[in-house]
Design a protein around this ligand. Structure first.
Ligand code: CO
Length: 214
């Protein structure tokens, strides 16, 4: 293997490290996965989902796309949600955005980047929905930050309205949705307090979360 040898070397050391702690680690994990969480986050290379919450392989199912968008016609994302909820039985779905998201900023500024503009149209829908709130924020950086938060809130709401989650709640399955945002500047997560274990909590939490800032 001649290509990207440093990555193979890193991989060998990583596997050795895990085996040093538990010689049967990979053997045990190969038989099943039973993650407790589904993470829906941004593809940004600076937001390493599993690492930043200190979880090990096997503990979190992950879906990432640009600007952590959940669209009802996205078969990819919906399939991940369905498999995570109905087959793996995750107890928590975390939608995590991040401040300084390039996708969110491009949507806000109307920057033309190519094909991806069509995907980011979904973030522009969020901007339109919350135009008065966003226009009321004079500081540009703060407006961008607030849009990153609003985008998470809207995507949590979208997750809660999928047929998969509605059906899970209807049959009494224990499943909680969370909306978080990550700071690239200090590596810390912030809970946006839109936490919902039922349709009622989703609607109430959504209404509270989209209020203008105190
Ligand atoms: Co991003």
């Amino acid at each position: 293997m001649k290509s990207l040898p440093h990555l193979f070397e890193n991989n060998r050391r990583w596997a050795e490290g895990l085996r040093a702690e538990n010689p049967a680690f990979f053997e045990e994990l190969s038989h099943q996965q039973a993650p407790g969480y589904l993470w829906i986050g941004c593809s940004d290379s600076r937001v390493p989902a599993t690492q930043l919450v200190g979880l090990a392989p096997g503990e979190m199912f992950v879906h990432r796309n640009v600007a952590n968008v959940v669209v009802h016609t996205d078969l990819n994302c919906l399939s991940v949600v369905q498999y995570a909820v109905e087959v793996l039985g995750v107890r928590h779905i975390i939608v995590c955005g991040h401040y300084g998201c390039g996708g969110v900023q491009a949507a806000l500024r109307g920057t033309r980047l190519g094909l991806i503009d069509n995907w980011l149209r979904h973030v522009q829908d969020v901007i339109q929905r919350h135009a008065p709130l966003l226009e009321g924020i004079a500081d540009e950086a703060r407006r961008s930050d607030r849009l990153c938060e609003l985008n998470v809130i809207e995507q949590v709401f979208n997750v809660g309205q999928t047929t998969v989650v509605e059906s899970a709640w209807a049959r009494g399955q224990e499943l909680t949705l969370h909306g978080w945002v990550y700071s690239l500047e200090n590596g810390l997560l912030r809970d946006l307090r839109l936490t919902a274990s039922s349709t009622r909590e989703l609607y109430d939490g959504y209404r509270a979360a989209i209020q203008p800032e105190r």
